[in-house]
Design a binder for this molecule. Structure first.
Ligand code: PDD
Length: 287
């Protein structure tokens, strides 16, 4: 089945969808994105993703070509047209295509933002065997820019980080700045020590994960202790457990950091339980 995508107001087969070569997303990574997961044909935490999108756009002084109600309708239509039961919806909005290359932002009256959405079908995503094995991560220096709280499409360094991990025989990388872990290349990072869940506090240094917010809420509701503060790789290696969260991985255990086994070297009980709770609870509010 040819995938149907959405581009600037039109639903089209992916082979017919086009964006200008002058698009600022293409030339300057001048764009923002969101990834929303779909489970049982429904959107997980759409409200959270829509709110973060509005914030990213505001921070970059970029307009939104659709209302949030229209955005929800587009997401739902793509799920229907592509018959997605489990998978993801990728959304990208850029500052548009002014018709030439110029560092200065174009006049928003004449250059409208570009909006693109497409689906990624991932049957069995919630039940992935990876969650039973856990991830091996390496640590690398965090050399990204200073506004990681804005979900921009500048993903070259995270891609390089994943490649460094792959070359080292690992699954992913944790980014380290001034001695402490900021986050994973495409997820938020956590450790568990003595039953307490520790994850970096929210600043401009990390993306404010939508999954993070939900998981911490569920953890607190389940009377688990949560501490939001930076931690080092050494502290993580000595922890009982480690895990990451993201819209595409949900809660994913981490079993090895820079070659050192975490706890028993298998997914820990807190991570496993949080994954169960997250999948169960987020489905209740899926739309
Ligand atoms: N990545 N930190 C970074 C750097 C991320 O790229 C992501 C998400 C997260 C987790 O955020 P959320 O829980 O809202 O998905 C944290 C998405 C999934 C991606 O790039 O594919």
């Amino acid at each position: 089945m040819t995938r149907t995508v959405y581009v600037n107001g039109e639903y089209l087969p992916e082979t017919e969808a086009k964006v200008s070569i002058f698009d600022r997303g293409f030339l300057m990574a001048d764009g923002v994105y969101e990834v929303t997961s779909v489970l049982g044909g429904k959107l997980i935490d759409f409200g959270g993703h829509a709110a973060r999108l509005e914030r990213s756009l505001t921070e970059l002084d970029m307009g939104c070509p659709v209302t949030m109600d229209e955005l929800l309708a587009i997401h739902r239509e793509l799920v229907k047209l592509n018959d997605i039961d489990e998978g993801m919806i990728y959304l990208q909005i850029t500052r548009g295509a002014p018709g030439d290359r110029d560092f200065v932002f174009p006049d928003p009256e004449t250059t409208k933002p570009t909006i693109v959405l497409f689906t990624q079908n991932k049957p069995g995503m919630a039940n992935t065997p990876a969650a039973k094995v856990g991830l091996k991560v390496i640590s690398i220096e965090d050399i990204r820019w200073g506004r990681r709280d804005i979900k921009t499409v500048q993903l070259l360094y995270p891609s390089m980080g994943k490649m460094m991990a792959k070359k080292a025989g690992a699954d992913d990388a944790w980014l380290v700045e001034d001695g402490s872990v900021t986050e994973g290349t495409s997820n938020n990072a956590y450790i568990v020590k003595g039953g307490k869940i520790i994850t970096r506090n929210l600043t401009k240094d990390i993306l404010h994960g939508i999954t993070r917010a939900a998981v911490l809420r569920f953890a607190r509701e389940a009377q688990m202790e949560v501490e939001e503060r930076p931690f080092t790789i050494e502290e993580a290696q000595a922890a009982d457990e480690a895990f990451v969260t993201s819209a595409s991985a949900f809660v994913m255990p981490v079993v090895e950091i820079d070659g050192a086994k975490i706890g028993t070297g298998t997914p820990g009980p807190v991570a496993v339980r949080l994954r169960e709770i997250y999948l169960e609870e987020s489905l209740k509010t899926a739309i």
